[in-house]
Design a protein around this ligand. Structure first.
Ligand code: PLP
Length: 382
């Protein structure tokens, strides 16, 4: 049967009908008054979502474009940066930084473990000459389902004075990222995640301190030069032709989010995260990464005695439920359940029930039938 695909991956995420319908219109001119009104509204609502008065700029790119913009606008060749790396996306930060000639010092943690804030504290305290210009980290490490302790790491960055540059691609819209309260300088995110719209837009919030750094930053840039985005946003327009229909989608999605409310959105993600984890425990499927650092967007599971890729294959073929696989050395070893964006409690129960049927079909017998659904249901209804 067509059109019943259920996306339980960490992006692209499912899209609400209101958002799909909002996109199904002819585009309008991007220099028109109508478009400016949309631009004004979404800019205001993006600030609400980011909990900030800083600029939140909108790019036509995937999330990586926002990451790149977050580096090239505020740093210069040879600048020393401290990069947190405990998974695929932390690793990407290092790659982007090195591609632009930055001097990277990496703070690593094993995949599946969170970055240790004390490592940042030690490196920053040792930097008495203030050579470190920025600390760059991934908040929710999607490849492993680990949420890094951004608040604590950031407190050490604040004591040092460097910029903090954050990939919040799978945390923004899933848990609180209070940009102003924490004083986050640059925060990157992408549309196909908590925003509940298709891929194609990326967002960068920029603090006053980061704009100061922009004045002296010399890395080459053109399309991702945030200066023109800021200037145009002040006039409710964009420097280049924007993907107009994605702006319609963004407008509708942000209206939905405002209606639901930040606290309710975060509580929903937290509840579904816990329900998913409780279900896996009840099915005796080992979780990859601890409860104390679990991402609100994604749960990684490392099954024993049953092949992770076979599980994904049956789930997709038989039940049309897409789960994510492992990346790099975790390929074939883990599967990842996305619970990000437009996901309701029923989706969690459906996925867990289908998983139970799949496990039984594959001959994995280390669970009581119904135990996963019962555990998830109990947590969802608590
Ligand atoms: C944490 C994180 N950072 C960055 C990205 C990159 O985003 P994109 O694929 O949109 O460039 C992703 C995508 O999954 C992600 O999960």
């Amino acid at each position: 049967m067509d059109n019943k695909l259920m996306l339980m991956i960490p992006g692209p995420t499912p899209i609400p009908e209101q958002v799909l319908l909002a996109m199904a219109k002819h585009p309008m001119g991007h220099r028109s008054g109508e478009f400016s009104a949309i631009m004004a509204e979404v800019t205001e609502n993006l600030k609400w979502l980011h909990q900030t008065q800083n600029d939140v700029l909108i790019l036509a790119s995937s999330g990586t474009g926002a990451m790149e913009a977050g580096i090239i606008n505020f740093l210069s060749q040879g600048d020393k940066v401290l990069v947190g790396n405990n998974g695929k996306f932390g690793e990407r930060w290092g790659k982007v930084a090195r591609a632009f000639g930055l001097d990277t010092q990496e703070i690593t943690a094993e995949w599946g473990k969170p970055l240790n804030p004390d490592d940042f504290k030690a490196a920053l305290e040792a930097d008495t000459e203030k050579q470190i210009k920025a600390v760059i980290i991934t908040h929710s490490e999607t490849s492993t389902g680990v949420l890094n302790d951004l608040e604590t790491i950031n407190s050490y960055v604040k004591a040092h004075g460097a910029l903090i540059i954050v990939d919040a691609v799978t945390s923004l819209g899933a848990c609180s990222v209070p940009v102003d309260e924490w004083g986050l300088d640059v925060v990157a995110s992408g549309s196909q995640k908590g925003y509940m719209i298709p891929p194609g837009l990326a967002f960068v919030s920029v603090s006053a301190k980061a704009w100061q750094a922009y004045e002296t930053a010399t890395l080459p840039k053109f399309y991702l030069d945030l200066g023109p985005y800021r200037k145009n946003a002040a006039k409710n327009t964009t420097p280049f032709t924007p993907p107009i229909n994605l702006f319609f989608a963004l407008q509708a999605a942000l209206q939905m989010m405002k209606k639901e409310g930040l606290e309710a959105i975060f509580a929903r993600h937290d509840r579904q995260k816990r329900a998913t984890r409780d279900a896996m425990k009840a099915l005796n499927l080992p979780l990859y990464g601890g409860d104390d650092c679990a991402s609100p967007a994604i749960t990684a599971v490392m099954p024993q005695g049953v092949d992770a890729e076979k599980i994904r294959s049956v789930m997709k073929k038989q039940f049309d439920i897409a789960l994510a696989g492992g990346q790099d050395h975790l390929k074939g070893q883990i599967f990842r359940v996305g619970h990000l964006g437009f996901v309701c409690d029923r989706d969690i129960l459906t996925a867990v029930a289908a998983l139970e049927a799949t496990l039984a079909h594959l001959g994995y017998g280390d669970f009581t039938p119904g135990a996963g659904v019962a555990a998830a249901g109990k947590t969802l209804l608590a």
